[in-house]
Ligand binder design. Structure first.
Ligand SMILES: Nc1nc2c(ncn2[C@@H]2O[C@H](COP(=O)(O)OP(=O)(O)O)[C@@H](O)[C@H]2O)c(=O)[nH]1
Ligand SMILES: [Mg+2]
Length: 444
């Protein structure tokens, strides 16, 4: 996401390099470039102008502090301007009442049902006890979709296949939640392909009747400017509390994320970056701004890493390295852990300096897949003691995994490198990757 915007902004700021000081004349081209980059990212022209006017004013005003380079100053000013544009601070989702109710609204295909599952997963980790409620009464498949997610997450799902009134279903779900001492209800609703009076009326009534503590409008970020106008239309009818932007992993140009706050005056609360249940992040304007500027989002990275690496796992990994017992089974385990952090491209974009360097690489989520397939085709003995894998074993593994012997050789060579590197790192301290969350935290 935001790849071309990031590149364009970086280019615009780079053009200031070599300038000793800031004058209205030498920043004119940069300002124009920044504005053009924003418009190209599908930010409304007026908003883009507002942003660049603010940057320009501050840049000229800041001229007196000559201790930093114009490039550095501009990066900071653009970062601040983008942060302000997206709302400044993170706005919390408000969960009040027992059960607390979250109502989801949005067009068909926006990602509501998927989000319902993600929110259940998210709040479950926060020790809430969620109940998913299927109020899309038009598409029977929607209830099944929710049920599948519920099973996968081990979260209860409330459905009433025969009932055609979403309000009745929701009321009954509230009773069910009270009965079972569940403290959070997430209501998935029906969408339409376009804004439609019947749908608006239905969701408006549902909101009035349920009085949810949080009504979230869900919108596909790839819709660009249209996401903004849809948000405006829903907000007029619903006066929702916050926005969830989905599909930011796609080729969304970023316009929706950048403009919604200033055009609709409602905060973005969550962003979704993939189809998996863990691909959900709280929206932090400052973190997003640094990500756009290619400065990464180390804090979100750390938060995700912390979720999957508990102390116990770290200790056991360190122990293995210390006693030279790290083997291919452990490598496979590490790969699975990294994959749990979510979409690979998304994770990499959180790391400073890598976000902009990576988009050109064919980084698929199944990058690790062939490693896993190969390791799967080995016997336990081979995984635990890779040196025994001789030529004939390599041939057998190649046949079993549908790979070539060269690919097997390559994996074993990579393992050997990782193994040596880990031992080296271990001499200076415990495993680098397992240590990364704490390590990065100390740095910030
Ligand atoms: N790539 C990607 N796909 C998503 C995301 N959120 C939802 N989807 C997909 O978008 C499609 C529509 O989602 P769904 O939840 O059924 O939308 P609904 O009609 O609003 O309930 C499904 O195929 C989802 O897997 C996301 O953040 N990224
Ligand atoms: Mg749905």
């Amino acid at each position: 996401m935001f790849e071309s915007l990031s590149k364009n902004l970086e280019k615009a700021i780079k053009s200031l390099k070599g300038q000793g000081r800031i004058t209205e004349i030498n920043i004119a081209a940069t300002i124009k470039e920044i504005r053009r980059s924003l418009v190209q990212a599908d930010v409304h022209y007026k908003v883009a102008k507002q942003v660049t006017d603010a940057i320009k004013q501050k840049a000229i005003g800041a001229n007196v502090i000559a201790s930093i380079s114009p490039g550095q100053l501009f990066t900071k000013l653009v970062q601040d301007a983008l942060t302000d544009l997206m709302g400044g601070m993170h706005t919390e989702v408000r969960l009040a009442g027992n059960p607390a109710i979250i109502l989801l609204a949005g067009l068909q295909g926006a990602g509501k049902t998927t989000l319902a599952g993600k929110l259940a997963h998210y709040y479950q980790k926060k020790n809430k006890s969620p109940l998913l409620v299927a109020c899309d009464v038009y598409r029977p498949a929607a209830a099944d979709q929710l049920k599948t997610l519920g099973e996968q997450l081990n979260v209860s799902v409330y459905t009433e296949p025969e009932t055609k009134n979403p309000y009745t279903i929701a009321q009954n779900a509230i009773q069910e939640a009270k009965h079972k001492a569940m403290d959070l209800i997430i209501v998935d609703t029906a969408g339409r392909l376009a804004i439609d009076e019947t749908m608006m009326q239905e969701i408006r009534m549902l909101k009035e009747a349920l009085k949810p503590s949080e009504t979230l409008f869900v919108v596909d970020a790839m819709a660009g400017q249209e996401a903004v106008s849809t948000a405006q239309a829903f907000n007029e009818q619903l006066n929702f509390d916050g926005v969830v932007l989905t599909k930011l992993d796609g080729d969304a140009r970023g316009g929706a994320a950048l403009s919604i706050r200033s055009m609709v005056h409602k905060p973005i609360k969550f962003i979704s970056t993939g189809e998996k249940m863990q691909d959900l992040d709280l929206f932090h304007p400052d973190r997003m701004a640094s990500r756009i500027l290619g400065m990464g989002d180390v804090i979100s990275f750390v938060e995700r890493a912390e979720e999957i690496y508990n102390e116990e796992q770290q200790r056991s990994l360190q122990q293995k390295i210390k006693t030279n017992q790290f083997n291919l089974e452990d490598l496979a385990k590490q790969i699975r852990q990294i994959k749990k952090m979510g979409n690979l491209k998304d994770i990499i974009s959180m790391l400073p300096g890598l976000g902009n360097a990576m988009p050109d690489l064919p980084l698929e989520d199944d990058l690790f897949k062939s490693c896993e397939v190969i390791i799967d085709s080995m016997t336990p003995g081979e995984r635990q003691n890779p040196p025994i894998i001789d030529r004939s074993r390599r041939e057998r593994i190649a046949r079993g995994s549908g790979k070539t012997v060269q690919e097997i050789n390559q994996l074993l060579k990579q393992f050997d490198m990782i193994y040596k590197m880990m031992k080296k790192v271990h001499k200076q301290g415990p495993n680098l990757f397992a240590r990364l969350p704490g390590f990065l935290k100390k740095g910030r």
